[in-house]
Ligand binder design. Sequence first.
Ligand code: SAM
Length: 239
Amino acid sequence: MRIEIATLFPEMCEAYLSSSIIGRARKSGALEIHCRNIRDYTTDKHRRVDDKPFGGGMGMVMQADPIHRCWKAVCEELGKNPYVIYLSPQGKTLTQNTAVRLSQMGEEECLFLLCGHYEGVDQRILDKIVDEEISIGDYVLTGGELPALVLTDAIARMCHGVLPSALAFEEESHFSGLLEYPQYTRPEIWEGEAVPEILLSGHHVKIEQWRREESLRVTREKRPDMLEKWNRKDEESET
Ligand code: SAM
């Protein structure tokens, strides 16, 4: 999986993507991620990327042309069009299912993540190149960089070779529609509080059973809406 992030602030994205698990996966070649500065695709001497909105109003709007040239450069490198996602507060809200779908697009696929800034992006370039709009929640941020990083992280951790095994993400909250069970580590007793005894028993079947029950309990307590949906899915698969 290749991911191209088109942004006016590539250094913001690089700082995050060079660290921890994603940074290691990039170094090992399991992930190919590039941060492209849209300003590098301008043609005037001031490297201008934005202008005032037609019709008046506050702020600046990102111009179509530098973005178009940036996208064309990626198309030429790939020999085909990438799948273009515009990070936008107007998009569909990101869910685990969306991240799973995008992570399964195939090794040969390239995602082109377009980060807006200021008042947003000229609608004409969005109409021309964007396949999908994704939001990370019903609030407005100053730019698409954090949303692009959130999306990249959610996808990347499910790509082959990034985590040690698929179990590492399949058991986590949201993957199956439930929240994860509580986790504990050493010491066995901390400030008088002991780890649940079952986890020290070495009895794998019983541990699995306990985790399942805890997962249901936690979901019921924290996200009853998720449990309801999960129960409905179960009933539907029986009919
Ligand atoms: N004027 C736009 C509107 O009202 O829909 C908001 C522009 S916002 C200040 C600047 C950029 O930040 C957007 O173009 C988008 O790329 C990004 N952005 C802001 N909030 C976002 C969110 N919740 N999810 C995804 N991207 C977001």
